[in-house]
Design a protein around this ligand. Structure first.
Ligand code: MLT
Length: 248
């Protein structure tokens, strides 16, 4: 069954979850791994992220779209493209907490954005396993509300996955069909307007670039409000079975 959670509050237990925060957390995490960071540590809060400061760690994130005090950089895929350490610690309002909470609800959790759309779809199709009967695409949303850009991407992913789907998945697919391309969909979103007003239009444009990165961020472990994200490798086990914790 393919399902879509329109906001993270609708996330349910699933065999596999695909977390989407196109603007901008999953885009930033994907870009960081593409730049060469060994891991991205998604923290449930800015305060939790600050506790993780240590050698080789770069603190990135946002509060009200802007870099929190004491952080090294914002929640920006453009900034994440520059390798400045070995681990990127990421704290954001909606996307990072969605990753942390999904990690405790699903055996396998991937991160998707427009930048890695094709890679994520291929990973889901290749990894099709009879044991995986429920795949939920979880839209992070914005402050509890539906975010158009997340539903658009959820619809694009759902549309190419085989199997039965819920009404929410059909709805997301119909939304995606209403736009010619990702740039148009993101451009129509409220959060793109907010980011543009904050001087971050370049991030919106960057996040609209489709299938530019061959990276599938995968939750490796979760502990104490921090999900450790790395790149998917060939043979893998679920993060629920691997209890190697992040260094705290
Ligand atoms: C979030 O997690 O709320 C977002 O990624 C917000 C943003 O930085 O654009």
């Amino acid at each position: 069954m393919i399902d879509v959670a329109m906001t993270r509050a609708q996330a349910q237990p699933a065999d596999a979850a695909v977390v989407v925060d196109v603007l901008r957390a999953t885009s930033t995490a994907t870009q960081a791994l593409a730049a060469g960071y060994e891991q991205v540590l998604c923290a449930e809060s800015v305060e939790r992220a600050a506790e993780l400061r240590g050698p080789g760690r770069v603190l990135a994130g946002e509060r009200d779209c802007l870099k929190p005090a004491g952080f090294d950089q914002g929640n920006s895929p453009l900034e994440a493209a520059e390798l400045r350490g070995s681990e990127l610690v990421l704290a954001t309002t909606n996307g990072a907490p969605a990753v942390v909470s999904c990690a405790s609800r699903a055996d396998r959790v991937l991160l998707a954005c427009v930048l890695n759309l094709e890679a994520v779809v291929n990973a889901l199709l290749e990894g099709k396993d009879p044991a995986v009967s429920i795949v939920q695409i979880v839209c992070s949303g914005t402050d509890g509300l539906i975010a158009l850009e997340d539903v658009y991407l959820a619809g694009r992913i759902s549309a190419v996955l085989p199997g039965p789907r819920t009404d929410a998945a059909v709805l997301a697919e119909r939304v995606a069909m209403g736009f010619t391309n990702a740039r148009e969909a993101l451009g129509a979103s409220a959060h793109a307007r907010t980011l543009t007003a904050a001087g971050l239009a370049a991030d919106v444009a960057y996040c609209s670039r489709e299938s530019k990165l061959e990276i599938v961020p995968d939750v490796l472990s979760v502990d104490l409000g921090v999900a450790s994200i790395g790149q998917r490798t060939g043979a893998r086990e679920s993060h629920a079975r691997r209890r190697d914790t992040v260094a705290v």
